[in-house]
Design a binder for this molecule. Structure first.
Ligand code: ADP
Length: 270
């Protein structure tokens, strides 16, 4: 019977190995496909600015350089397109970094409140035309396992969007809360909102609801895909609720690693 047990065990191991191999092959295939998609998306995004710069340079070469007005216009348009490409390339690098991010939860512990408070304060100062509110329902010592600069980057993307897509009601609401064993960070605006059919897609790279905004700074459709990848790398979640015309509410959630300094061993409080 011992032998039978042994061979059963062996068969099971083989079976498991087969499953793991299959899974891995599937993952490799997905990876190759997503790489191909990425290259094709990027080429597509770069084609327009390259075509515009080329058009201007052609014009200048033929006769434009002799007309001061055309010269100035072509140069400034070309520079603007090149700046746009620069932003695009930087954001793509950030997205790739977020995708490659592997996190060892033990390596980093960050107190959430001071980081959020600092970013909030900076935005308040930089955008005094907005009404800012910050509702902190979190113990100031509460920690999550995320690098502080990454937490900052996530907040900046969400707050920048809250400003960019604002309408006449210039108001941003930030909130920190504890929900069970999670820390929740909420960024709410009262701007243009997002239609239900777009909600699933806004986290896709290069997806923009309003394609016409492409020529505005930062409108590459990469911000939220960076958020999604980075949050996932830290074992967190990102959720959005929105209604067209009345605003959007984004919520990040991360596992709480330390509740408060004095009694972090207690689990009885809600
Ligand atoms: P972008 O650089 O275009 O802002 P994002 O990935 O950050 O790229 O966002 C994708 C799209 O989701 C935006 O183009 C916009 O249409 C929509 N969106 C994001 N945040 C908001 C918001 N706070 N309010 C309304 N629409 C938003």
């Amino acid at each position: 019977t011992e032998e039978r047990v042994e061979s059963l065990h062996y068969n099971q191991e083989l079976d498991n190995l087969g499953k793991v191999m299959n899974e891995t092959m599937g993952q490799v295939q997905n990876l190759v496909h997503s790489q191909q998609d990425f290259v094709s998306d990027v080429s597509h995004e770069l084609r327009t600015p390259v075509a515009i710069v080329k058009g201007h340079l052609n014009l200048l070469e033929r006769w434009g350089k002799d007309d001061p007005e055309v010269l100035e216009d072509s140069l400034s348009s070309s520079l603007a397109e090149i700046k746009r490409m620069e932003v695009l390339v930087n954001e793509m690098l950030e997205l790739t970094r977020a995708e490659k991010l592997t996190v060892n939860a033990d390596q980093v512990q960050t107190q959430v409140w001071p980081v959020v408070e600092r970013v909030y304060h900076d935005f308040q100062i930089l955008h005094p035309d907005f009404v800012w509110t910050f509702d902190n329902g979190l113990d100031k010592a509460a920690q999550v396992a995320i690098r502080p600069d990454h937490l900052e980057q996530l907040l900046i993307i969400l707050l920048d969007n809250a400003l960019k897509y604002s309408t006449e009601r210039k108001e941003v609401h930030l909130a920190l809360a504890k929900a069970g064993s999670w820390v929740e960070i909420g960024v709410q605006d009262f701007g243009q909102g997002i239609a239900a059919e777009d909600l699933d897609r806004i986290f896709d790279r290069f997806y923009r609801v309003d394609k016409a905004r492409v020529h505005q700074p930062g409108g590459n459709g990469l911000g939220l895909s960076i958020v999604k990848k980075m949050v996932a790398a830290y074992g967190g979640q990102v959720q959005v609720e929105s209604a067209l015309g009345s605003g959007s509410s984004f919520r990040l959630r991360f596992p709480l690693t330390l509740q408060r300094v004095a009694d972090d061993s207690k689990e009885d409080e809600k």
